[in-house]
Each structure stands twice: as C-alpha cells, then as structure tokens.
Design a protein around this ligand. Structure first.
Ligand code: PBG
Length: 326
C-alpha cells in the first residue's frame, strides 16, 4: 500500500512508545483514602477487599508505607461509634474526637504528608445524611453550612492541610473560607467536591462506614448523573467562592465531566475513583475474569488522560508500588 502516514511507526518499540506517551501516572498524583475507627483493633471491610478500618496506630503505619512509596496525601474517613451519632451531629467538631486525634497522630509521625479531611455530616448524623435533617425530612442548607464551618475549624486546629467539603450544600466553600480566614487559617486549603453525583457507586463505602441514609436518598443535594452543564455552574461557583482545587466524583463513569471542568477552570482538578469502581475491578479480578493490575493502571491512566491532576483511589498504594517497580 502507498501510505505516507503510518501511525504504527510511533508504536513500533517500547522505547518509542515511551517517547510519545501523552499521559503519565506517578505516585505523586495519588491521594489515599483511609478508613479508621476507635480502639486498638483494625477490621477488614467485607465490601471492599483489601481495605481495612484502621486503628489510629495502624492508620499512621499504612499512611507511612504509602508515603514511602511516593504517595503525598491521605484523605480521612472515620467510622464514628453509634452512640456518638446525633441529629445535630455535634461530635463532628469535638477537638478530642476521633478525626482530630488521627490528624495529630499523622502530622506528628509524618509531618511532610498532606492530610486531607472530609467535611460532611454523614458519619456523625443519626440520619446518615451529609446535612442536618428537619422534622419533616428536608436537608437544611444554611443550618448545615454553619455546622460544617465548625467541623472544618476543628480539623484545622488539629493540623489538617486541606479540608474537602463533600456535602454539596450551596455556599459552603465561601463560608468555609471565611471561617478559616477569621481564625487565621489562611493556609488551610479547600478541595471542593464540586461535581459530586448522587451515585450508586458509593454503595460499598456506605457499608464500610455504616453511613447510609436512614431514610430517603441524597438526590436533593448530590447531582443528577444526567447533568453536565450543571457541573460547570458548580465549578464557577466554587472558583468564585475561593476553592483551591475542584473535584469530580465518581471518576470512571464521569470522564466527560473531568474533561469539561479541565477546560472550564484553571484550578487543579481531582477525581475520586470511588468504592464501587474499586470493587468492580476487585470482584472481576477475584474470579480471574480481569487482570487486576492491568485494569487498575488503565483505569487510573484514563482518569489522568481525561484531565485529572490528582486521583483519590483505594489503589494508591498498590499503584505506587507498581510504578516503582516499573
Ligand atoms: C460522604 C462521602 C461519601 C463518599 C465520600 N464521602 C458517600 C456519600 O456521599 O454517600 C464516597 C466514597 C466512595 O464511595 O468511595 N460525605
């Protein structure tokens, strides 16, 4: 054939493929979500094979191992004891609570590691919602935002580097920025869950933390999976309100949203490969139907290719290890 243009020339050897590679994955792109609980025991999480609800000691150990592999950051998810869950979620701003103690332990052992905290009420709320619930079952926006500010300040006092509001209340980024600045926490960053969809992919996570809503669903605050333009509106608000980083969640089924926000905003974009995405790969690999390591790397590469700078992933440690080995 007379073909002057043969794209296969750029694929002819491993060396050339390496030279023309458009997307690179590095341990520095990963943020490691970690679960933890009160007490000295760690518990395996049935719905998320390979994940553990750590004691604080074991949390520090696991974070240290990830850090040694080049993973720069962790994001913390507590399992709060049932007796501390109340309708006003007041435990969320207790300076002696599980999260502030974990932050202090991490910052003491690993001062260089970036500690990110989740700002939302679901672990603390007897109703299992990210916000306060009224008598008639509505999720209260403005009242919730006030409590979120107390929660973020509590995390900042304990030494958190970044707070990550995952609640999807309107106006929370501006309110958090104001509250942090008023208490001289100008250096604490906000990673906003900008486009967080009402997704069934969160199922295993809610099982891991017993944090599923007691009644109803999260559709009055999390976004409708059908909508993309609305994500751009959320991004413009978060940017104007002072977010330092934007996030899309879930990641794999929302690559178009990642790409769209990448175009729409100059801010760094994070994407959350959530529990259901992790579990689907794990489950298929457990029967030998998929090659776990290859699919793990391909899924992460695709999220980067779509435009994410950072990926929150339960594979952070495993993928960093793989990248180290080459
Ligand atoms: C709650 C929160 C959720 C996740 C992170 N923060 C669950 C939810 O919104 O119901 C999900 C993470 C995952 O599925 O891996 N604020």
């Amino acid at each position: 054939m007379d073909l002057p243009i043969r794209p296969r020339r750029n694929r002819k050897s491993a060396a050339i493929r390496e030279m023309v590679k458009e997307t690179r994955l590095a341990p520095g792109n990963f943020i490691y979500p970690l679960f933890f609980q009160e007490g000295s025991e760690s518990t395996a999480i049935d719905a998320m094979p390979g994940c553990v609800r750590h004691s604080i000691d074991s949390l520090v150990q696991e974070a240290g191992e990830a850090h040694a592999l080049g993973v720069p950051a962790v994001v913390l998810f507590p399992r709060i004891a049932d007796e501390l869950k109340t309708r006003d979620a007041r435990e969320c701003s207790n300076d002696d609570g599980l999260v502030p103690r974990a932050i202090r332990a991490l910052k003491k052992a690993l001062p260089e590691m970036v500690v990110i905290t989740d700002v939302a009420l679901d672990p603390y709320n007897a109703d299992g919602h990210d916000g306060l619930v009224s008598e008639d079952g509505r999720i209260l926006n403005d009242e919730t935002v006030e409590v979120l500010c107390q929660q973020a300040l509590c995390h900042a006092r304990a030494g958190a580097d970044i707070v990550a509001p995952s609640d999807m209340m309107d106006g929370r980024v501006a309110a958090l920025r104001d509250a942090l600045d008023a208490w001289n926490f100008e250096d604490v960053s906000i990673m906003s869950y900008t486009a967080k969809y009402a997704s069934a992919y969160y199922g295993p996570f809610r099982g891991a933390l017993d944090s599923a809503p007691r009644a109803g669903d999260k559709k009055t605050y999390q976004m409708d999976p059908s909508n993309a333009r609305e994500a751009v509106l959320e991004a413009s608000l978060d940017e104007a309100e002072g977010a330092d980083m934007l996030m899309v969640k879930p990641a794999g089924a929302y690559l178009d949203i990642i790409a769209e926000l990448r175009e729409a905003s100059p801010l760094p974009i994070a994407a959350y490969q959530v529990s259901g995405e992790y579990l689907m790969i794990k489950a298929a690999a457990s029967t030998g139907w998929l090659d776990e390591e290859k699919v793990m790397m391909e899924s992460l590469t695709s999220i980067r290719r779509a435009g994410a700078d950072m990926i929150l992933t339960y594979f952070a440690k495993a993928a960093a290890k793989k990248l180290r080995q080459g």
